[in-house]
Design a protein around this ligand. Structure first.
Ligand SMILES: NC(=O)c1ccc[n+]([C@@H]2O[C@H](COP(=O)([O-])OP(=O)(O)OC[C@H]3O[C@@H](n4cnc5c(N)ncnc54)[C@H](O)[C@@H]3O)[C@@H](O)[C@H]2O)c1
Length: 440
């Protein structure tokens, strides 16, 4: 790579990277334990694009396919420090043991590192997440005071751990469904809302506000609006902070964004797509509440509608019936099982069916996404990018994008966008796959 060619001046990844996590449950502890295991060479970072992925550079004849982590400057996994907030007060080892995602033998080896991670008291409100009994919660007269308490937490962590940069990753529960209202429209209205305890400001928004105010990239692993409101995107632009969301793309939705673009590219019709899940972790319990389920359902439903697009393809998808069900079923814990029945239509209208039965592990799929997002958001910040990072859509179920444009859901288009963004930042030629030059 010739750095002179790039118009970006990517600052080096010097010093430690603090990963700040509101919500230390199954996903967060699987992510943290995995990072600690990789640091000690006890496990491989499977599923992580930034750890294992390669990127083609230049012409096919050049055969240049460096690892992404050698192509761009990323923080080393050894330089990551974690800080978390949660209502339960249990350390990361206890929480990981209770989550039953990683086996106890492995957790025993990581116990000294994990026990040191004790969540700070949370900004929490039972109006926004039901089905959880909160214990360690911050109290203050106003929501602005709560934001200031978060500033203080972050400053203290940075000093105590000698951290030079941070990213914040929301791994908290899915909040009750809400829509954009007046208080979310401008930074001024939002800050006034914080001072007057406006009920439409959720806890996740207070964390996002604290991060963006402090110049820390914010990423939203859940489908809540959080930073997907004009006040927050405009604050991110003016404070020059990278943000992204929403809702980690794992499991059933990941499969949808792999299969649906394939069917559509071959002009095969889809009449119905019925998706059902069973899962028995705390996330499943929270999603058993209709308010939180509605937030998740909206996120899950948008994917197919956008990829198949009824209006543009009435012959193929005009009758599409899409249904998503999530059932809380404790015996399975984090080992979700999903079933998809896809009624497809071929030549002359002949019906066919696809059955998909995915026995996945929710947090095992989400953890590498957490790592990639943390490292790439830190890279974006060092490259001087700010506001919504649409090139990170690859990792999201409901990718945040500029107002007035449709999000891209197709996993392969998303990967292409991500790779071309990296090439662009590094001053390398974009790849169009035209390839006519090989035949001239
Ligand atoms: N696992 C996946 O594949 C996946 C995929 C997409 C999205 N998600 C989302 O990621 C989030 C985490 O999933 P999980 O399985 O770890 O859930 P979890 O229930 O195990 O953990 C969530 C944690 O967040 C805490 N919490 C809730 N509100 C909080 C607040 N205001 N401040 C601090 N902590 C708070 C809860 O106490 C809990 O410990 C959920 O919103 C889930 O919907 C998960």
């Amino acid at each position: 790579m010739d750095p002179v060619k790039s118009k970006y001046n990517v600052k080096p990844a010097e010093g430690k990277l603090g990963v700040l996590i509101p919500g230390m449950g199954a996903v967060a502890t699987t992510f943290i334990a995995g990072v600690e295991a990789v640091k000690r060479e006890l496990a491989k970072p499977i599923g992580s694009l930034t750890s294992l992925g390669r990127i083609r550079i230049g012409k096919r004849t050049e055969n240049r396919k460096p690892l992404i982590r050698d192509f761009i400057s990323l923080a080393s996994i050894h330089d990551i420090e974690f800080a978390t907030w949660d209502v339960h007060g249990k350390n990361a080892w206890e929480t990981a043991m209770e989550s039953e995602v990683i086996d106890a033998g492995m957790l025993l080896k990581l116990r000294p590192a994990l026990e040191k991670i004790v969540p700070m008291d949370a900004v929490f409100d039972t109006e926004w997440v039901k089905n959880i009994e909160p214990q360690n919660v911050k109290t203050a007269p106003t929501k602005m005071d709560l934001a200031q308490m978060l500033f203080a937490d972050i400053e203290k962590f940075k000093t105590d751990k000698n951290v030079s940069r941070c990213v914040m990753l929301w791994c908290g529960s899915t909040e009750v469904f809400t829509e954009i209202s007046e208080v979310h429209l401008t930074v001024e209205a939002f800050e006034e809302g914080l001072r007057t305890n406006h009920p439409a400001i959720s806890p996740s928004m207070i964390y996002a506000y604290a991060a963006i105010k402090m110049g820390i990239p914010f990423l939203n692993g859940a489908p809540n609006l959080t930073a997907d409101i004009p006040a927050m995107t405009s604050l991110a632009r003016s404070n020059k902070v990278a943000i992204g969301g929403k809702d980690f793309k794992t499991g059933q939705t990941l499969m949808k964004t792999i299969i649906a673009p394939g069917l559509k590219s071959r002009m095969l019709g889809v009449k119905g797509w019925f998706s059902t899940n069973i899962l028995g972790n705390l996330d499943g319990l929270v999603l058993d509440d209709p308010g939180s389920f509605k937030t998740k359902e909206t996120s899950k439903l948008s994917v197919l509608e956008s990829i198949l697009n009824k209006e543009e393809n009435p012959n193929l998808y005009g009758d599409l019936y899409h249904k998503v069900r999530i059932n809380y079923y404790p015996p399975r814990g984090d080992n979700k099982e999903s079933w998809d029945n896809i009624d497809i239509v071929g030549w002359m209208g002949y019906p066919m069916q696809i059955k998909l039965n995915f026995l996945c592990r929710d947090s095992i799929l989400a953890a590498p996404v957490c790592l990639d997002l943390a490292l790439l958001a830190d890279f974006a910040q060092r490259a001087g990018l700010s506001g919504i990072q649409e090139w990170l859509s690859f990792f999201w179920k409901s990718p945040q994008c500029a107002p007035g444009i449709e999000p891209i859901h197709d996993l392969f288009k998303q990967l292409n966008k991500l790779e071309n963004t990296l090439r662009h930042i590094m001053g390398e030629e974009l790849i169009t796959n035209l390839g006519l030059e090989y035949y001239e």
